[in-house]
Design a protein around this ligand. Structure first.
Ligand code: HEM
Length: 452
């Protein structure tokens, strides 16, 4: 989920930045220039020159269908140079990078030229920090990453996730009960695909489910910040959403400190002193869990319905034999991956793919392309819910940042799709689904269906 453009989202805040945090009058404009304005110009220049990574992040036509461009990049080799560093579409190379100690997610802001350092320090404001900004574990390297991840991982072990099944089933049933059974098409994204994961993660985190419309609105605006090169207005709207979300979470944490519950946030907010998180770490961790908890699974559910609708025979086979749902979910994750792009930076010179990648080189890892590597997945563009090795995909990444919520996402998808199929066996996509205006994440904003 860490994106590929040179931006401060991967940056460790410089020491000075931490000291001077706070809201500043021109903060939004400065942050936009550093994170989106300048990278946007660079990407636009690259796209004009045909640079593939820039086109992926910039070109509108490529947003809806990046797969032809992935194949053009693949034809040029496992590590292709471009204006953002190197790009890989190769499954073995992506896997090696994600698992290698030689690559990290951090970018040391101290190495930036001084005007940039000044701008980063001026714009530093914890109240608008997104999920891919430090100290979110997503963009921290060990040992800081290890410390934060360890504190939350016990809530996502296979045993913990298995215990969530009745909760997920109940929420799915309640949402399906509430769908209008008669009348015209229903937009399945807000009514089900987005609602299911947001209610589940809200329950697990102990945040009030009644605020789910707010979370969805804030989450959608915040997700946009994962893509570099946002226009100013869209960025400013994202900041307003992030500010509202931080304010809500701060009040919520204060409430739970006064009256802790059994939930994850209560536990994180009341850790013993030797383990305690700073306020900034706490906010970043809750924000990441909340955002990652629904901004990705919504895409998995929507992408699954569209693929299954286009392959009715396979959907009918799953309805007849629900034991196939696990494999079907893996195949959707592989073929239409909810997170398409991530990135890593070489921490030292690394030998890889038959060449030396010099320290400091950024590599854009195209997860969605690695998952269609023909050397690993025969006939990779074919949707086949019985594909034997579908689970070898990298849709949840690999290595130390392997998705913490993978088990929960799989559970939500299997339970959610099976419940939907059982309740509405004649469900059909009715009209053209609309893709979300995002590059790093891939899913639908609107998905009109008739329930039958
Ligand atoms: C289909 C659904 C999901 C997909 C495709 C997905 C994908 C990913 C990917 C690709 C990464 C790693 C990015 C990288 O290596 O740079 C990641 C990390 C993460 N995901 Fe998920 N995710 C999903 C659902 C969830 C859910 C439900 C949660 C709930 C808690 C979650 C929590 C996280 C967290 C906390 C991280 C950061 C892990 C770390 O940095 O150590 N994800 N996810």
């Amino acid at each position: 989920m860490t994106t590929s453009a040179p931006s401060t989202r991967n940056a460790r805040p410089a020491r000075r930045a931490r000291r001077t945090s706070g809201t500043r009058p021109a903060g939004t404009a400065v942050r936009w220039v550093v994170r989106h304005g300048l990278p946007g110009l660079w990407l636009a220049r690259g796209a004009r020159r045909g640079d593939p990574a820039s086109r992926l992040l910039r070109d509108r036509a490529v947003r809806d269908d990046p797969f032809a461009l992935y194949e053009q990049i693949r034809a040029r080799g496992p590590l292709v140079p471009g204006s953002l560093g190197l790009v890989t579409t190769s499954h073995p190379v992506a896997h090696a990078i994600l698992r290698s100690d030689g690559f990290g997610v951090g970018w040391d802001a101290a190495s930036a030229p001084w005007p940039m350092r000044r701008a980063i320090a001026y714009g530093d404001d914890p109240d608008v920090a997104g999920v891919a900004e430090p100290p979110s574990m997503l963009v921290l390297d060990p040992p800081e990453h290890t410390r934060l991840r360890r504190l939350v991982s016990r809530d996502f072990t296979p045993r913990a996730v298995a215990a969530y099944e009745p909760l997920v089933r109940r929420i799915a049933d309640e949402l399906l009960d509430a769908l209008p059974h008669r009348g015209g098409p229903v937009d399945l994204v807000p009514a089900y695909a987005a609602a299911l994961p947001v209610v589940v993660i809200a329950e697990l985190l102990g945040v009030p489910v009644q605020r789910r419309e707010d979370f969805l609105r804030w989450g959608a605006a915040a997700a946009a910040t994962l893509d570099p090169g946002l226009p100013f207005r869209r960025y400013a709207a994202s900041e307003r959403a992030l500010r509202a979300m931080h304010a809500f979470l701060r009040d919520h944490v204060a409430r739970l400190r006064r009256a802790p519950g059994q939930d994850l946030v209560s536990r994180l907010a009341t850790l013993p002193e030797e383990e305690a998180l700073t306020e900034r770490e706490l906010q970043a961790t809750i924000m990441l869990l909340l955002g990652a908890g629904f901004e990705t699974t919504v895409n998995l559910l929507g992408n699954a319905v569209v693929l299954l609708d286009a392959h009715r025979d396979q959907w009918a086979a799953l309805a007849a034999d629900p034991s196939g749902w696990d494999g079907a979910v893996e195949e959707v994750l592989r073929l239409d991956s909810p997170v398409q792009i991530t990135g890593r930076t070489a921490r030292a010179d690394v030998d890889l793919g038959g060449r030396t990648v010099p320290a400091g080189t950024h590599v854009t890892v195209l997860l969605g392309a690695a998952n269609r590597d023909p050397d690993v997945f025969p006939d990779p563009a074919r949707f086949d819910v019985s594909r034997a090795n579908a689970r070898d995909h990298l849709a949840f990444s690999a290595g130390v940042h392997y998705c913490l919520g993978a088990g929960l996402a799989r559970l939500e998808a299997v339970v959610g799709l099976r419940a939907l199929t059982e309740r509405f066996p004649a469900l059909r996509v009715a009209g053209a689904p609309v893709r979300r205006d995002l590059r790093s994440l891939r899913g639908f904003e609107h998905l009109p269906v008739t329930l039958g």
